[in-house]
Design a protein around this ligand. Structure first.
Ligand SMILES: [Zn+2]
Ligand SMILES: [Zn+2]
Length: 190
């Protein structure tokens, strides 16, 4: 890890290059932190990242959903937590008590296999309805979301816009979920 106090090129140039790499090649491991590595510690059910007193925004709280308290989607604090976990750092505890099943109200329990990769939703199963209720709830939420916010790209002068349901309907989402079920062998009613 480079910890040179006087980098040969400006730090902001370095950051923009990193951003470019990320967007063009997807997630990748960065080998160079600007300055020294931030410290990561467990705070509650998430992680506290300390960038040191030199940093304007010193403390960042990163949740288990990989969201940072500062609101930046690609905050370096999220990377710091990933490195920390890759290096064998302790994991923060799961939040106590999952919310009840939105379909039947029964207790639910975490199932990491169904954590949303892109949506950052926590995966779970219902003690009564199993995975089926998780998928039902997901489809319901997509329907509701579509009703409230139909535009993926709102119309603008000279541009008709793109509706979310033009890209993917909730039925298609359900079909994809079923396909995943068939491929991975998860029994929705188990
Ligand atoms: Zn942050
Ligand atoms: Zn249920």
């Amino acid at each position: 890890m480079k910890t040179a106090l006087f980098p040969s090129k400006p730090v902001n140039l370095d950051r923009s290059r990193t951003g470019f790499q990320r967007s063009s090649k997807g997630p990748m491991i960065r080998e160079d932190f600007p300055m020294s590595a931030p410290s990561v510690s467990i705070q509650g059910c998430g992680y506290l990242v300390d960038f040191g007193s030199d940093c304007e925004q010193r403390f960042h709280r990163v949740s288990k959903n990989k969201e940072c308290s500062c609101g930046a989607t690609y905050c370096e604090a999220i990377d710091a937590v990933r490195f920390y976990l890759q290096a064998g750092g302790d994991r923060a505890p799961d939040p106590e008590g999952m919310p009840p099943c939105p379909i039947c109200g029964s207790k639910t329990y975490r199932d990491r296999n169904w954590d949303g990769k892109y949506t950052k939703e926590l995966g779970w199963r219902c003690t009564k309805g199993g995975l089926r209720h998780f998928l039902d709830a997901k489809a319901e939420r997509i329907k509701k979301n579509l009703a409230e916010n139909p535009w993926l790209i709102p119309p603008a002068p000279g541009y008709p816009g793109v509706r979310q349901d033009e890209l993917m309907t909730w039925e298609e989402c359900e079909a994809i979920n079923r396909k995943v079920f068939l491929e991975t062998g998860y029994d929705p009613t188990a």
